[in-house]
Ligand binder design. Structure first.
Ligand SMILES: [Zn+2]
Length: 110
């Protein structure tokens, strides 16, 4: 699963300077448009780190709703699909404010 690989790559980069430390908690933030099911991500992550130094760390997933702002009337509204239009003026192509995140927020090292 490519999201897990991207995540592991970010963790590798963040922990490169602390080879003696062990990661205990990994906190990530994922936007709704990524369409990631937390249970699935946790399952894939657990499988991917088995037998590695990350084996016993916990994955904390924060999901962010997708929000857009209309370029015409500036209305902010929740997005439920990848393609969206303003519910007020029906202008298409609103600006996505959040929902596409895949961010490593923080790591707890012990
Ligand atoms: Zn609008």
């Amino acid at each position: 699963m490519s999201i897990v690989e991207a995540l592991l790559e970010q963790i590798r980069q963040e922990t490169r300077d602390y080879p003696a430390k062990r990661v205990s908690i990994v906190r990530v933030r994922i936007g709704a448009l990524r369409q990631v099911v937390p249970e699935t991500l946790t399952f894939c992550f657990t499988a991917a780190v088995r037998g590695t130094p990350l084996e016993n760390c916990r994955l904390d997933i924060e999901q962010l709703p997708a929000t857009a702002r209309c370029r015409k009337c500036s209305l902010m509204f929740p997005v439920t699909e990848s393609w969206f239009e303003c519910p007020s003026c029906h202008e298409a192509g609103a600006e996505l404010l959040q929902g596409n995140e895949l961010e490593l927020m923080s790591l707890d090292l012990t």
